[in-house]
Design a protein around this ligand. Structure first.
Ligand code: SF4
Length: 283
């Protein structure tokens, strides 16, 4: 089906000023471009986890699967293995995928399954009214940590590089054009793509002023140098006051999980034929 409205008429309950709107409209623009290029949106599947971000499944008018908490990535992996012709996009949250579903994320990167994971990283559990997540800064005061969290945050970019992600980028919801380029690049990339998006939570952790004075764009050019990607990923550790790089950190070509699984399967003898042969030999 083409030419359909891409935003559904479901009642939108995101707070005014929420960065989720930027990601929604960025995805809408990307989907429109795909249609203009003659690609059928019937071949696109959106998978979401649980959290404010997950309402994307209700608000975008494409095939979608509302998974359980932290489980969007394994669902997306299953969908891609079942039909590798599909474009599979995951919208996940930082609490959702860097906590509950972290092992799935690491293994998806390790396998290089060809899916695109967009992390709505607002660094707080917004849907449950403001608890700290793995990327909240040290001392973050929320519902579960009224005197401040004593934990240092996780650096998800460093973790994704170590896990084997073949496309890694960081975007920001106040920079929509760049975000569109980064997500489109991730969708076009053949392999596991992770785009960590600094998403403003207008209600429980609005740090737009902090980001606005620190973000800068990475230069374009060759992105296949793993060590310089690691160095850039470490420049800001999600806790310090240093500058924050935005853009594509790393990209390389590598065989995908689904291609390897399918070619291995082709080498496996047909199980039923092998059983029939065995039974015949017993007669
Ligand atoms: Fe957005 Fe935060 Fe409101 Fe959730 S709680 S809808 S993330 S502003």
């Amino acid at each position: 089906m083409t030419g359909r409205p891409l935003i559904t008429d479901a009642q939108n309950t995101w707070c005014p000023g929420c960065g989720n709107f930027t990601i929604q409209h960025t995805l809408k623009a990307i989907l429109s471009d795909m249609e203009l290029q003659g690609k059928s949106l019937d071949n696109v599947v959106l998978v979401t986890g649980i959290g404010c971000h997950a309402k994307m499944a209700d608000y975008l008018n494409i095939n979608s699967f509302y998974a359980i908490h932290g489980r969007a990535v394994p669902v997306a992996t299953g969908i891609k293995l079942a039909n590798k012709g599909l474009t599979v996009i995951c919208c996940v949250g930082d609490g959702d995928t860097y906590a509950e579903g972290l092992d799935h994320l690491i293994f998806a990167a390790k396998r290089n399954i060809d899916i695109t994971v967009i992390v709505h990283n607002n660094r707080v559990y917004g849907l449950t009214t403001g608890q700290y997540t793995p990327t909240s800064p040290l001392g973050f005061k929320g519902r579960s940590t009224p005197t401040g969290t004593p934990e240092f945050p996780l650096n998800p970019l460093e973790l994704m590089l170590a896990s084997g992600a073949t496309y890694l980028a960081r975007g920001y919801t106040k920079k929509m054009d760049q975000l569109k380029q980064l997500i489109s690049g991730g969708i076009d990339h053949k392999g596991f793509a992770c785009i960590d998006v600094l998403q403003i939570c207008a209600t429980f952790f609005n740090i737009a002023d902090f980001y606005n004075t620190r973000v800068y764009d990475l230069p374009s050019g060759d992105k296949s140098d793993f060590l310089s990607a690691c160095e850039k990923a470490r420049e800001w550790d999600y806790n310090s006051e240093s500058n924050i790089a935005l853009g594509l950190f790393y990209q390389r070509s590598f065989p995908t999980f689904e291609d390897r699984v399918i070619s291995e399967k082709a080498k496996t003898p047909d199980r039923n034929a092998a059983i029939m042969e065995f039974l015949k030999a017993q007669q």
